[in-house]
Write a protein that binds this ligand. Structure first.
Ligand code: ATP
Length: 380
């Protein structure tokens, strides 16, 4: 199997008519890396993957593989493998024939062909004796997914491209297949580019996460970087910082920003935004947190808040509690609690200052948060 050293994507763009589906996409990928393109529906993930695969021409930019431009090379000559969301199996061919299909155009002795088919099915843990002669309709969703992967890796692709391959599977199978994909990636030393809108999937699989927004890259980093240091409200929102408190900056206290909530509570917060030079006292901001980092009955008095329990949901190990913040009409936060509090009772909760992240408050961010606040209201 031929492995790649590096893939450079320079200004990759693709428009449909006058609409830019992908714009100025730049990324350097070292061979053997697992990269995830993460973002909501319509942000250009599949367009980027299809451009890399050669299924879509670029409107501008270049793709350079180990020093040679490849963007003008047709898909079938790039030597890349692609697994589609709907698997795209041949329904009238058996499992073995589905895997063999791509090999048939390669001049190769029958014994070598058989060896590769068996090895590919082995890799995805599909037993050739049990499943080899079945048709796709006689397989479960997970087995069809394994077959789709086997059919791609049998061709020993230099680059593996996967477009939301797990979205048709139930949660348990999705977890199992996630582990399988990671194992295959490591075992074969493949460079893999994986498209998903599921942040948990992106976190667990990737070496590098590329968060996309409206056809452009919003942030690139390791899963830990993106999770802990989202550089914009958009990325934070996508990474589960679903609690948004409107606040006013009041000053600095050591390393932290001093802020005041709408109901006059003084808190301390941090920021991961790079350019915050214009944050003078009086500036407005969003203070965002992840529900699992806001805890009930905190041990310290720092950032201690109070509210009324609106809704309690068991999420395994802990309870997720929707709380209306005291002194506000409808500011609600989701918090975590070890015990199930009673509805309409008062509850104290808190968040560490370094896990309460500030983002600039502007018209754009306001519209971005409309959906999540609307969701919170429905929950109420
Ligand atoms: P999803 O997660 O829903 O698959 P995505 O992030 O993969 O979304 P793309 O499929 O890349 O998004 O689409 C990006 C944008 O380009 C969308 O606005 C889409 O409507 C548009 N688009 C994609 N393909 C075409 C096409 N063939 N003709 C016109 N517009 C297109």
């Amino acid at each position: 199997m031929e492995l790649i050293e590096n893939l450079q994507i320079r200004g990759m763009s693709r428009s449909f008519g006058t609409a830019a589906a992908l714009y100025d996409f730049n990324l350097d990928i070292k061979g053997g890396t697992f990269v995830t393109l993460l973002g909501p529906s319509g942000c250009g993930k599949s367009t980027a993957l299809n451009c890399l695969a050669g299924l879509l021409d670029l409107t501008a930019g270049e793709i350079i593989l180990d020093g040679s431009p490849i963007h003008h090379i047709p898909a079938e000559k790039r030597g890349f493998g692609m697994v589609f969301q709907n698997y795209a199996l041949f329904p009238h061919l058996t499992v073995i024939r589905n895997v063999a299909y791509g090999l048939e155009s390669h001049a190769m002795p029958k014994t070598e062909q058989d060896r590769r088919i068996r090895a590919a099915l082995d890799l995805v843990h599909l037993d050739i004796d049990e499943f080899g002669h079945r048709y796709p309709a006689q397989l479960s969703g997970g087995q069809q997914q394994r077959l789709a992967i086997a059919r791609t890796i049998v061709l020993e692709p230099k680059l593996l491209l996967l477009d939301e391959p797990l979205s048709n599977l139930d949660a348990k199978l999705r977890n199992e297949m996630r582990i399988e994909i990671k194992r295959l990636h490591k075992q074969l030393g493949l460079t893999t580019i994986y498209v998903t809108h599921d942040q948990a999937e992106a976190m667990s699989l990737s070496d590098l996460v590329v968060v996309m927004r409206k056809g452009q890259i919003e942030q690139v980093g390791t899963p830990q970087d993106i999770y802990n240091c989202p550089k914009s409200l958009y990325v934070a929102d996508f990474m589960g910082y679903s609690n948004h408190l409107p606040v006013t900056i009041t000053g600095r206290e050591g390393d932290a920003w001093a802020i005041q909530t709408e109901n006059g509570l003084n808190l301390l917060a941090a920021t991961t935004v790079e350019n915050i030079a214009d944050w003078t006292p009086g500036a407005r901001a969003w203070a965002c947190s992840r529900p699992d980092e806001v805890v009930a009955e905190p041990e310290t008095s720092v950032n201690r808040m109070r509210g009324t329990v609106q809704l309690v949901e068991y999420v395994g190990k802990e309870f997720e509690v929707l709380v209306r913040v005291a002194g506000t009409e409808n500011t609600q936060l989701l918090i975590h609690s070890e015990k199930a509090p009673a509805l309409e009772t008062s509850i104290d909760f808190g968040v560490r200052p370094d896990r309460l992240l500030l983002f600039p408050f502007d018209a754009n961010s306001d519209s971005l948060l409309t959906t999540s606040r609307a969701t919170a209201r429905v929950a109420n």
